[in-house]
Each structure stands twice: as C-alpha cells, then as structure tokens.
Write a protein that binds this ligand. Structure first.
Ligand code: NDP
Length: 239
C-alpha cells in the first residue's frame, strides 16, 4: 500500500526539502522533486534515485503551478516546503515590498499550490499535507521562555509573520478538509544549516533531522492529528 504512494515536495532541490524528498523515497514513496529550476530538479531527483522524478514548479508563478498540477493525476502527500526569508529586520525596518515578496512565496504560494493539487490529493485514500513553518512564527514563543530561541526579539518580522499566516491557513485547511480524511499540519523544523538566511548559523543543526519530523507528519495514521503545529521531534508547538 505504502509503496504505491506519491509525494510532492516543493523546493526540494536543496536544503531541508531535499532531505524530506530523500527520506520519503527511502520510505518507498514515489517522490516528485519540486524545483523552480528544471536542471537543479533533475540533478536532485537523480541524486535521490529510485522512483524520484523532477517536477518544475515555481510556487509564485500561477502558470507554473497550473502546468505542474495538470501533470499529476494522483497525489498522497504534499509537503509545502519552499520558503524564503529575504528581510531580517523588525517591522519598523521592513518595507511593504519586502513583506509582499516574503508572503508571495511563504503564504500565497502555499495556498496556490495546495488548491491546485487538491483534485489529485482527493484521489488519495489517505491525503496528507505538511506545511513547513517555523518555531519563530509561534507568537507564544516570541513572548515567553521557550526551548528554541530567546523571546523578546522582533527581528525577521516579514518571515515570521508569513509563517504565522501559514499556521492560520494550516488550521483552516485542517477544519475544511477534516471530513475528507485529510491530515493538514504545520512543522517547526528547528534551526538548520541551509542557504535560507545566507549567513552561517553556528548553533544550527542537521537538516536531515528536521526531515524526520516532516516524514512523520506525511505518514500520519487515520487517527492522527490535523490542524496542529509540531516541532521536528514530534512535540507540540504553541501557536
Ligand atoms: P533553502 O534556502 O536551503 O531551501 C529553500 C527551498 O525553497 C529551495 O529549494 C528554493 O529553491 C525553494 N524556493 C524558494 N522560492 C521558491 C519558489 N518561488 N518556488 C519554488 N521553490 C522555491 O532553505 P531551507 O531548506 O532552510 O528551507 C526550507 C523550509 O524550511 C522553508 O519553508 C523555511 O522557511 C523553513 N525553515 C527553515 C529553517 C532553517 O533554520 N533552515 C527554520 C525554520 C523553517 P531555489 O534553490 O531555486 O532558491
């Protein structure tokens, strides 16, 4: 049963997404390796091997999203992983353009991709959606002591508010699709050494570890949670 399943991971040509694609392939799923650059998608799919296939997909480009969705008849798992963090300042030092740019990928892109692939997901007996969010989006953790970062900073306001909006969408998709057997959850992958920020993060952990959390949510059983927010280690994250 599990081996007939197909997963799409957006932004899977590198970073956490590549690790998620690799782990899902190791679980026996056919993995569609989403990449906005066809060449890098092909190389990543070849590196993963097995039944991994590249899928050209720019989540901010409606034509790209429509073309990709038309080419996929059946989907069991959608991992909305593609994300950007181009502005690092607090809200007082963030422009509307920076906010809009960040939301285009992290919020509007997720909604566009999810809605475009819904017909394919509805053909699955066990549809799962994993939204790769961030612990820094937790409004509770931003103002209370927490295991991830010192509270009280409002840096990266564009990025963090975009992921908070993504968290809200996760709840609303969870509610909307619950009767159809969907499980829709958000993941806080923890601080990972990737290209996301562009500057080295000395305390960042291995992205492969974060991918395990995504795979757990991608393969949830029928009695699993929906509309919830989990850390990579499976513990609940407060909104
Ligand atoms: P990377 O920058 O390494 O990877 C981001 C991926 O998203 C790349 O494949 C990138 O493609 C892709 N992407 C960006 N924009 C688009 C787009 N418009 N269409 C399609 N793909 C796109 O970062 P991470 O691996 O760290 O990030 C993965 C996810 O994890 C993100 O959602 C991020 O917010 C989240 N996250 C990461 C944390 C960390 O510490 N690293 C912490 C918390 C959350 P390309 O190569 O073409 O740019």
């Amino acid at each position: 049963m599990k081996n007939d399943r197909t997963a799409l991971v957006t932004g899977a040509n590198k970073g956490i997404g590549l690790h998620i694609a690799r782990l899902l392939a190791a679980e026996g799923l056919t993995v569609l390796v989403g990449s906005r650059d066809p060449g890098r998608g092909e190389r990543a799919a070849a590196e993963i091997g097995g039944r991994a296939r590249p899928l050209t997909l720019d989540v901010t480009d409606p034509r790209s999203v429509a073309r990709a969705a038309e080419s996929v008849g059946h989907l069991d798992v959608l991992v909305n992983n593609a994300g950007i963090s181009p502005a690092l300042g607090p809200p007082t030092e963030t422009s509307v353009e920076e906010l809009r740019l960040t939301y285009e990928t992290n919020v509007f892109g997720v909604l566009a991709v999810t809605n475009a692939f819904l017909p394919a997901l509805r053909r699955s007996p066990r549809p799962r959606i994993v939204n790769v969010s961030s612990g820094t989006a937790s409004l509770h953790w931003s103002t209370h002591p927490n295991p991830q970062f010192p509270p009280g900073s409002a840096r990266s306001a564009a990025y963090r508010s975009s992921k908070a909006a993504l968290n809200a969408l996760t709840v609303f998709y969870g509610l909307t699709l619950a009767d159809e057997g969907f499980k829709v959850n958000a993941l806080a992958p923890g601080r990972r050494a990737t290209d996301l920020i562009g500057t080295p993060m000395p305390d960042a952990g291995d992205p492969a570890e974060a991918a395990e959390g995504a795979v757990r949510l991608a393969l949830l059983p029928d009695d699993g949670p929906t509309g919830a927010f989990f850390s990579w280690d499976g513990s609940a994250v407060p909104w």
